[in-house]
Write a protein that binds this ligand. Structure first.
Ligand code: 13P
Length: 361
């Protein structure tokens, strides 16, 4: 491992107000997103979709890194360029999801553990040879009656730390993603408690496994009430609860926090990130960035719908969301203008689905 290289890559991923694009949906998840739009659930359709994303003009102005899935890193763009190389050419660092998904955690009904440590060293070596420079592993923590348990939090934190150490050994920057899910009707406070306990344990385990904090990034959930909660918190309340929890539990040596979107709307994910950067500017030791999948991709996917003729509109929608989130990193996101642009770009596209290029000036 070359610590300096890890540090430089981690810093580059959160530099210049850019953020990460997660496009690492497993085949099953990608198919699930295609199905309601009537898009073919085939390797070629997934390749065409990811080609649309990666060839979006000026995407590298707002996106620093993109997380690929195993199938995609082995594929080529429609022009015949391996996806990892196409990203590099666009000024975007290629990364790779390396976990093997979740399984029920034995003895813990309703809880999950992420698998994929077996053979990880060998898989990482292959991904490095294909051009990956960072990696991602997602752990899932569920809130419900009597859960999350200590057993679930410890098992997932331990696996995250083992994964992170193995990545650094291979020269890959680990993105450590412990996701407390939004599913349920729990309060903001319950999410805050579960997130704090999870983050505390994750950093204990990272320390035990000798992970270089300067050479990794954290990808956490925002602190939010459950999607079905009657009391939905304000944008500012979410920003405050999220950053206060991070300040108590995340060491300052770590360069950046890149949030997942977790099922929030695209606009709310931008507004909440913006509020954090407005309210805590100069008061946090890390970059507050984004690593969204749905909140970046969904409007583009709905504009694309599997049709080559829709590629320009889909790319415009993706670029717009990327630019909105870059603006949010600077505390300059304008939610009203974003909503107006989503409405006014409705010609030919259902309202709110494919916002056009951001208004400037
Ligand atoms: P969402 O932003 O859709 O939550 O996805 C982020 C991610 O990478 C999930 O692992």
């Amino acid at each position: 491992m070359d610590p300096q290289r890890l540090i430089e890559t981690a810093q580059a991923l959160v530099a210049r107000d850019r953020g990460l694009l997660a496009m690492d949906e497993s085949t099953g998840t990608c198919n699930k997103r295609f199905a309601p739009l009537g898009i073919a659930q085939t390797p070629e359709a997934r390749r065409a979709y990811r080609d649309m994303i990666v060839t979006t003009p000026q995407l590298g102005d707002s996106i620093s890194g993109a997380i690929l899935y195993d199938e995609t890193i082995r594929q080529q763009t429609l022009a015949g360029v391996p996806f990892a190389q196409a990203l590099e050419a666009a000024g975007i660092v290629p990364g790779i999801k390396v976990d093997k998904g979740t399984k029920p955690l034995a003895g813990h009904p309703g809880e999950l553990v992420t698998e994929g440590l077996d053979g990880l060293r060998e898989r990482l070596a292959e991904y490095v040879s294909m051009g990956a420079r960072f990696a991602k592993w997602r752990a899932v923590i569920t809130i419900g009656p009597g859960i999350p348990t200590r057993g679930c939090i410890e098992a997932n934190a331990h696996a995250l730390a083992r994964y992170a150490a193995t990545c650094q050994e291979a020269g890959l920057v680990p993105i450590v993603e412990p996701e407390v899910l939004m599913d349920g009707d729990h309060s903001l406070q319950r999410c805050a408690d579960a997130t704090a306990e999870t983050l505390h344990e994750v950093f204990l385990q990272l320390r035990a496994q000798r992970v270089l904090l300067e050479g990794m990034l954290l990808k956490p959930n925002m602190v939010l009430p459950g999607l079905a909660a009657a009391d939905q918190a304000s944008v500012d309340a979410v920003a405050d609860a999220t950053v206060h929890g991070l300040l108590r539990n995340v060491p300052a040596a770590m360069p950046g926090i890149a949030f997942l979107s977790g099922g929030q709307s695209a606009q709310l994910a931008s507004a909440r990130l913006n509020a954090m950067n407005v309210r805590f500017r100069g008061r946090v030791p890390w970059a507050l960035a984004f690593s969204y999948a749905r909140a970046l991709q969904q409007p583009a996917l709905e504009a694309w719908r599997g049709e080559a003729a829709n590629v320009p509109a889909a790319q415009q929608a993706l670029r717009h969301r990327a630019e909105c989130n870059r603006a949010a990193r600077r505390g300059r996101y304008d939610a009203d203008r974003d909503a107006a642009s989503a409405k006014s770009d409705g010609d030919g596209v259902p309202t709110g689905r494919a916002p056009g290029a951001p208004r400037r000036g």
